[in-house]
Design a protein around this ligand. Structure first.
Ligand SMILES: [Zn+2]
Length: 293
């Protein structure tokens, strides 16, 4: 029986919405735990934010996100449908009419679009257990990556828990890629060189700046992204694109004579974007560039 492509794309999109909804909830939970930990450690923290998010730090996982963060009203199943609930109330809480914000629909739609794009652009034909497993690992990996992306964009920090999940899955991804390509020392060296190219560069920047420009989280993220890219050429393109994206974000502010948010810039989201572009179009960029020379 032949299942049409649009059906798989639809499934991927729906999974992306659900995964995005989960990732969004995880971001708030991680933030709540972070604030509680900051308070316990005697560090400065946002008191209003902690009061708002505190219930999330203590609830059991299965009760997660079951209340409105503003009025505390218990949410019903129809309030928790990805995208649909948000659209049905025009982005407001059904009970207190308070704005929920753009975060949830953006992360849900973002992950759905990312996964559909991945499926359509996937470079390897999904015709064997190995190649299908590799794609499934990519899909699973998108969840911790989305959490890291959103968390770093919001609070300039890459939390440990999703990072560990990401590194674990990226290792499995690298092993599957090596298996599909046929194991060779050259292949293994290639993966090591990709990891060294990204993580090494960020480690140097981290060491030189004493952790001020580049946090250690960026170094760890570089290890995962290097495992995923598997080739040092692609790793260098990813870093180049990340810097390009960063410059494009900073430039308008610099031209207006001011830098937003204390001239600090989260490297995580830019590096993730750079790596994704490098994964799908890196070879094309490389061919184009070498053609110029
Ligand atoms: Zn409410």
């Amino acid at each position: 029986m032949d299942i049409p492509m649009w059906f798989w794309v639809l499934c991927t999109g729906l999974f992306g919405l659900l995964a995005g909804s989960y990732a969004g909830a995880q971001v708030w939970r991680l933030r709540a735990r972070q604030l509680v930990a900051d308070k316990a450690a005697g560090e400065t923290y946002d008191k209003t934010e902690l009061r708002r998010l505190k219930p999330l730090a203590t609830v059991r996982t299965r009760d997660d996100r079951s209340r409105c963060l503003t009025c505390g009203h218990q949410l019903a199943w129809y309030d928790l449908l990805p995208l649909v609930s948000w659209l049905s109330t025009a982005g407001r809480c059904r009970y207190c009419r308070e704005q929920i914000g753009w975060f949830e629909p953006v992360i849900e739609l973002g992950l759905a679009a990312f996964l559909i794009g991945s499926q359509l652009l996937w470079p390897v034909e999904l015709n064997s257990a190995l190649t299908i497993s590799q794609f499934i690992v990519w899909v699973l990996m998108s969840v911790p990556l989305a959490i890291l992306f959103a968390y770093d964009a919001k609070w300039f920090l890459l939390p440990d828990a999703p990072m560990a999940t990401f590194i674990g899955l990226a290792t499995v991804f690298a092993v599957l890629t090596l298996t599909i390509d046929g194991w060779s020392w050259l292949g293994v060296l290639s993966v090591i060189s990709a990891v060294a190219a990204i993580a090494g560069l960020y480690w140097v920047l981290h060491a030189v700046s004493g952790g001020r420009w580049v946090g250690f989280g960026d170094v760890t993220l570089g290890i995962g992204l290097g495992l995923l890219l598997g080739r040092w050429e692609l790793a260098i393109i990813a870093v180049f694109l990340a810097n390009l994206i960063g410059t494009l974000i900073v430039l308008p502010g610099m031209l207006r004579g001011k830098l937003g948010r204390g001239s600090q810039l989260p490297f995580g989201p830019m590096l993730i974007l750079g790596a994704v572009v490098a994964y799908f179009w890196g070879q094309a960029i490389l061919d184009w560039y070498l053609g110029l020379l």
